[in-house]
Structures are given as C-alpha cells and as structure tokens.
Design a protein around this ligand. Structure first.
Ligand SMILES: Cc1ncc(COP(=O)(O)O)c(C=O)c1O
Length: 413
C-alpha cells in the first residue's frame, strides 16, 4: 500500500478549486523586495534577523523576540531552555498540530493532553486542572483556529501550583484577549510564519517573552548551538543546542509581512464575525463560538459543527459536499486530535519505553481519543477550512454560507 505523505504550504493548497478567495499566491508586503535586496547587497552582513526581532517585539509590546525557522523549532528550543527533567509532565491542549508537541517529545518530557471545553477547540482552566500532578512543570496552551484560550484563570491556576504557562499562538497572531495580544499573556508565546499562516513568510517563526533570562537562554541554545569559546581550545558545546536561526531572507519577508499584518487581521476579524452570523442562521449548523473576551479574532481557520441528528449524511460526506460546492479545502479535522495522531507515542507508553519507564515516569500513560472525550466528540462533527483568508469580503461570507446552506438543505433528516 502506498501511503500519501502529508503536504504543506502552497503545495497543500495546489489544485483547490472554487469561487471563494484562496490564500495562495500570498500577498507580500510592498517592502519585501527591497529588504531582500538589502540582504543580498550587503553580502549577508546586514542584521535583518535583529531588525525583524526588534520590530516584532515592538509591535507585540513585549521585550524580547527570538526568531527561528518555524514554530516547531521555536517550541523545541523553548522546551530545551525550560530545562525540566525527562519524565516531567507538560500539559498540552489536545487539539493542535504536531509542531506544538515535537519539542516536548524530543526533550523526553511527557505530554499530558488536556481535554477541550465542550463545544470548542481550546482547553480551559477547568479541563487543565484535573491533569495536574506532582510531576507537572508547565502548561502549553494552544489558541487553535485563532480562538484565544481564557488565559486569566489558566495563569491563576498555574500560579497556584507554581507552573510555567506558555502559548502556541501560531493561529492567533495579533489576536487580542481583553486588549492584550495572544502570545503575550503568559511566560512566553510562540508563532509560526509558515507560508500558510496569517503572517505567511515561507518557513519562519519566533518566541516572544518578557523574561530576559529565558530569552538569553533561548538565544544561546537555539541560535549559537549552546557553543561558547574556551581559551586554548575553541568552540565547546555546553548544552545540546540547535542551529535554529531564522534565515536572513525569511527575516526580510517577515519584516515586510509585519508591515501589513494588522489590517490583514482586522479584515479577518470582521469577516469571521460576519460569516459566523450567517452560519448561525442555518438550522443544524453551529459556527465556532467567539468568546466575549476576544476583542480581535485573528482567525486562521474557519469552521462549524454539524448536528449529526439534523442530517442524513455523515459529517465527512457533509464536508465533502461543502468542498465540492465551492469552499476549497473544507474537510473534517479529526487529525488535530493529538493523542490518536501520535501512534508512536502510544506505542512507547504501552511498552513503557523511555521516558515511560519507571522511573522517570510517575504513572501509566495511554494516548487515545477517549482521554479527551469533549475534543473527540467535537472533532467528529466539525468541518473546517483553512483557506479562509484576508481576501474575504462580505459577498464571500454570503457565498460561503450559501454553499453550507445548500448542502444542509439537501441532506436534511
Ligand atoms: C497550532 C500550531 N502549532 C505549531 C505549528 C507548527 O508551525 P511551523 O510549521 O511553523 O513549524 C502549526 C503549523 O501548522 C500550528 O498550526
């Protein structure tokens, strides 16, 4: 049997048809060419990375930004910099992308997946609290689709237990929670500038933090491979560092994208709210909830739930008909449920292979959807489309809702 490899970026979107706007080819900030030119003209001596880091930190209102070649590397460097022990537990939202957990797994920490709140794609203090044990060291929340988690109760819970909180804000760049930006609501926040993402800049990412010591440690581990100069010897690597520096050319494109990101996000916010209103009017369809505390919804992925009792077809068939009806990329999103998406982790835990051996593990672990019943149930009937983008205008929201309504009316029970 041939197994199809996962596709990414423009490649994943290739061949999608339909009458609605699509994110590719991406709109690139007007200064990109001149910044790229500077990189080349300087013979790679200009500090485009530093310029991007300073500009992003300033726009976010945080002190430090460490640029990386993606969010997966950003979170890997952060996991290493946190310096926990193998077998220590990090609580992670159960609905996310593999990039969220890769660093945790590589450090031999143990991911413990928190369920989502019923009816949504994000975790909360209520779903995180039962996961806390004496081995928990940190909570990694994910602002999935752009829906920002209710952070104040989560931070309060963490403080009570002496835990670090950090955010995967890949899908929520410049989204606002009670007037503060996603990614700046905890000890640290990580972003992706992957070509598909809202601030698409090819393959890039960063971490922001107000913690100077953590920022310095991340630079040392992530940028300089944990290397320092030893007299009479040369470079000595005192920690297992990474070569995860953002390339200068990506920094040039990212800087240009940063200059156009705020209007992009504002447009997404306006359009997703309009789209949600229109989807709400269709019996049997529930758009993703938009919490009141989220004053800017930097929506990367649009989606809605299908009431299985209201229709004669399965949610998968519904999604397929929606895609055929003109919404490119519409599909169910079961694969976002991390425990079943990581069979190698399940196997390791079952066989009690390191770090699931005793010690360092503190208990038995298993990774399957049953451990996150809300998330599992929700994703069974959730239809999403990541081709939602800043090019949507009111008429496109109208058209998208019309496509969904037609499929709904055709399949009504
Ligand atoms: C929530 C989330 N976390 C992490 C990642 C990984 O980001 P990157 O592709 O920049 O490594 C993604 C990308 O899809 C994501 O959506």
């Amino acid at each position: 049997m041939t197994v199809e490899r996962a596709r990414y970026g423009a490649d994943a979107a290739a061949g999608l048809a339909g009458t609605l706007p699509q994110p590719f080819p991406r709109t690139i900030g007007p200064n990109a060419t001149s910044y790229l030119h500077e990189v080349v003209e300087s013979g790679l001596t200009c500090n485009m990375i530093g310029r991007f880091e300073d500009a992003f930190a300033e726009e976010m209102g945080v002190e430090h930004c460490i640029a990386t070649p993606g969010c997966t590397p950003a979170l890997a460097v952060l996991a290493c910099a946190l310096d926990f022990n193998p077998g220590d537990e990090i609580i992670v939202s159960s609905v996310t992308d593999y990039g969220t957990v890769q660093g945790i797994i590589r450090e031999n920490y143990i991911p413990v997946f928190a369920d989502t709140d019923a009816g949504t794609v994000v975790s909360s203090a209520e779903t995180i609290a039962p996961c806390i044990t004496d081995r928990t060291r940190a909570i990694l929340v994910v602002h999935m689709t752009g829906t920002i988690c209710d952070m104040d109760p989560i931070v309060e819970l963490a403080e009570k237990h002496g835990l670090i909180v950090y955010e995967d804000a890949c899908q929520a760049v410049f989204g606002e929670y009670n007037g503060r930006f996603a990614g700046s609501l905890s000890n640290a926040g990580a972003f992706s500038f992957d070509s598909e993402k809202t601030m698409g800049s090819d393959i890039g990412g960063c971490v922001v933090t107000a913690d100077g010591d953590l920022a310095e440690r991340m630079r040392f581990i992530g940028h300089s491979r944990g290397g320092q100069m030893l007299e009479g010897f040369g470079r000595q690597h005192v920690v297992p560092g990474f070569a995860h520096r953002m390339p200068q050319c990506t920094a040039a494109v990212s800087l240009a994208q940063l200059e156009i990101i705020r209007p992009n996000v504002e447009q997404r916010d306006r359009m997703i709210r309009l789209l949600a209103e229109k989807l709400e009017e269709i019996p049997g369809i529930t758009p993703l909830p938009i919490p009141d505390y989220m004053n800017v919804y930097s929506c990367w992925m649009a989606g809605f739930s299908v009431d299985p009792d209201a229709f004669t077809c399965t949610p998968d068939a519904f999604a397929q008909q929606v895609a055929e009806g003109g919404i490119p990329g519409a599909g169910t999103g079961r694969y976002y449920l991390m425990p079943p998406a990581l069979p190698f982790l399940h196997e390791k835990a079952e066989k009690k292979l390191y770090p699931y051996s005793m010690p360092p593990a503190s208990r038995d672990y298993s990774y399957n959807g049953d451990t996150c019943p809300n998330a599992q149930r929700f994703l069974e009937s959730f239809v999403r489309w990541s081709s939602f983008c800043e090019r949507y205008q009111p008429e496109h929201c109208e058209l998208a809702a019309h496509v969904v309504k037609e499929v709904a009316d055709r399949n009504r029970a």
